[in-house]
Design a protein around this ligand. Structure first.
Ligand SMILES: *Cc1c(COP(=O)(O)O)cnc(C)c1O
Length: 387
């Protein structure tokens, strides 16, 4: 089956002669076992609410179908998926290689939290080659963590090369696959041990709940992920698992439109004098563009724009003129967003050399002509403020 079909059939109920199309919400903490023996034998798929109800299992099954791999587990947010994935494989005295373009809270978890427990982190250039990565590996390196493309700066990483470097030393490759929605990129097929997503973004797709997913390539990896989540007391509400599964049903249609709108906006922006550079994996100017062409089947709606240097009050006027692009955290919902970002504040292994303001856009599902009018309005306000 192809992805578009999998998204419509995976995780559907099939236990009754007549049943709802989608798996409904089953809320529960306590499950009752019919007999003493059933209780003692426990350890079935469904035992206690924190370990998931049939609603969670259905969403997990659908994500596994999409990402490939052995099994998917849920975390209460995308960040919780990132942190649990690291905690699953490291102990005091270990070492982690973390991409320099990581989502900033993932970076902070290494710098502030793992450090307190005696785990050291080295940040690496997201476009470093296999030999450079191999040179950074130590005997105690347990994880290479990748995020492709990188947060804010969109470098596309060579996942097969990272997988070879990790596996040569018995380490795991964990990939934050949020940008592709699991639809445009398949890290497990490229050699990753864990592919995780902030399902909050494209899987949920409607900006109304937070969930993380962790898909493991094999049983031994899956068991470590499961125990980390279990021991942390991680829980996802059945309602949120349901919303995420419901969102997934339309993932292919939404992502195709996000891709199309982002592509149109990029084309429009490239003609503007105010624009210095576009940070979008499908653009030749994006670091790792050739890797994107090799390993991805498309591009989602999130990208960056570097403007030519402009005074702060002009940038403020640009943002304040928007009627459609919202100023807000997160992305992946149906709505368009724009925020100012400062990549130079979030990197230590590489330099950010651009001088002009950097903007991050999420192209939503609105009509493209309306979005262009909104952008035009913002540039007019910016020019007005500079006079
Ligand atoms: C948003 C995001 C996260 C965190 O997800 P939350 O659900 O907001 O915790 C992790 N990684 C990436 C790449 C993200 O964009």
């Amino acid at each position: 089956m192809k992805d578009k079909t999998k998204l419509t059939v995976a995780g559907r109920p099939h236990h009754r002669p007549a049943h709802p199309v989608n798996t409904p919400v089953e809320r529960a903490s306590t499950y009752l076992f019919p007999t003493y023996d059933d209780y003692v034998e426990g350890a079935k798929s469904i035992t206690y609410g924190r370990l998931g109800t049939p609603t969670h299992r259905a969403f997990e099954e659908a994500v596994t179908a999409l990402e490939g791999g052995f099994e998917t587990r849920l975390a209460p947010s995308g960040l919780a998926a990132c942190t649990a994935s690291l905690l699953a494989f490291v102990e005091a005295g270990d070492h982690v290689l973390m991409t320099d373009a990581a989502y900033d809270p993932t970076r902070k978890f290494c710098e502030r939290f793992l450090k307190r427990f005696g785990v050291e982190t080295t940040f690496y250039d997201p476009v470093a080659g296999e030999a450079e990565i191999a040179a950074l590996m130590r005997p105690n390196t347990k994880v290479i963590f990748a995020e492709s493309p990188g947060s804010l700066t969109f470098e596309v990483q060579d996942l097969p090369a990272l997988a070879r470097a990790a596996h040569a030393k018995g380490a795991k490759l964990i990939v934050d696959n949020t940008w592709s929605g699991g639809y445009f990129c398949k890290p497990i097929a490229l050699g990753a041990d864990v592919s995780l997503q902030a399902a909050t973004k494209y899987l949920v797709g409607h900006a109304d709940c937070l969930v993380g997913t962790l898909t493991s390539a094999d049983e031994q990896t899956a068991q470590k992920i499961y125990y980390a989540l279990l021991q942390l007391g991680s829980n996802v509400s059945a309602d949120d698992a349901y919303l995420a599964l419901r969102g997934m049903r339309t993932l292919s249609a939404r992502l195709e439109r996000h891709q199309e709108n982002a592509g149109e906006i990029v084309k429009w922006l490239k003609k503007r004098d105010e624009v210095e550079r576009i940070l979008h994996p499908a653009q030749r100017t994006c670091p790792g563009h050739n890797v994107w062409k090799r390993d991805f089947t498309g591009a989602s709606g999130l990208f960056g724009v570097v403007l030519k240097p402009a005074p702060l009050h002009a940038v403020k006027a640009f943002f304040n003129a928007f009627k459609l692009f919202g100023i807000g955290f997160s992305w992946g919902g149906y709505e368009s967003l724009a925020i100012p970002v400062k990549p130079e504040n979030y990197r230590t292994a590489t330099d950010w050399k651009e001088e002009g303001p950097v903007l991050r856009f999420h192209a939503g599902l609105e009509d493209i002509e309306d979005l262009k009018i909104d952008l035009e309005r913002a540039f007019i306000a910016m020019a007005g403020a500079r006079k």
